[in-house]
Design a binder for this molecule. Structure first.
Ligand code: GDP
Ligand code: MG
Length: 199
């Protein structure tokens, strides 16, 4: 039995151009279902879930997750980025494999979140793998991806068939929990040093 239970709250966002599959990925992960009809997300929608992770043999993290499904419009993103991304602990940057231009828009989305939330974990998600023969990306896109997002994990997913979806979410949630633990340890160290100075 773990001796310590650590509770935390995480804000996780999904970003990317409209119709890349952000709402569908959440629907697949949270309800294990898929809907072919497209309904644009107005504003943002919130889904709450919980996630737990053993960090050591006797420490378990129980996280409450708020998944923010954001609309894929660039104009509100640029005007309201503080309100949308403030306090995010991690995010999925989603592109549509059948529309390469959505891939080339990702740096703008990543930059928008990072400028507000700081250096938090994220994954580049290449969705709709079921629509692409072989379910993967071409050599040109691969080269661009590796050059643009070095060391950033990426995931091939299909919200339609469910391929890769839960793995992509779970991996991001784990890295987001780890990110919070690392930052809070760093903060504790600073507090201890400050405490000593005060004495
Ligand atoms: P959002 O605007 O990014 O939230 O995109 P949606 O989740 O609303 O999806 C846009 C459209 O793409 C909808 O018609 C979905 O049914 C469809 N879609 C989403 N994910 C997939 C997928 O993995 N494969 C296929 N074939 N269609 C998808
Ligand atoms: Mg949507």
């Amino acid at each position: 039995m773990p001796r310590t239970i650590r509770r935390m709250k995480l804000k996780i966002c999904l970003v990317g151009e409209r119709a890349v599959g952000k709402t569908s990925l959440i629907h697949r992960y949270v309800h294990n279902a898929f809907d072919d009809a497209y309904r644009a997300t107005l504003g943002s929608k919130l889904h709450l879930l919980s996630f737990s992770k053993h960090v050591t043999a006797d420490e378990i993290v129980e996280a409450q997750i708020a998944l923010f499904d954001l609309m894929g419009e660039r104009a509100p993103r640029d005007v309201f980025r503080d309100a949308m991304f403030w306090g995010a602990h991690g995010f999925l940057a989603v592109a549509d494999l059948s529309r390469p231009q959505t891939l080339y828009q990702l740096p703008g989305w990543v930059q928008a979140v990072a400028s507000v939330a700081g250096d938090v974990p994220y994954t580049v998600v290449l969705n709709k793998s079921d629509l692409v023969p072989g379910g993967t990306i071409g050599p040109q896109e691969t080269r661009w991806l590796l050059a643009t997002f070095p060391r950033i994990p990426y995931a091939l997913t299909s919200a339609k068939t469910s391929e890769g979806v839960s793995r992509a979410f779970q991996d991001l949630l784990e890295r987001s929990v780890d990110g919070v633990l690392v930052r809070s340890r760093a903060r504790r160290k600073i507090n201890v040093v400050a405490g000593r100075l005060l004495m």
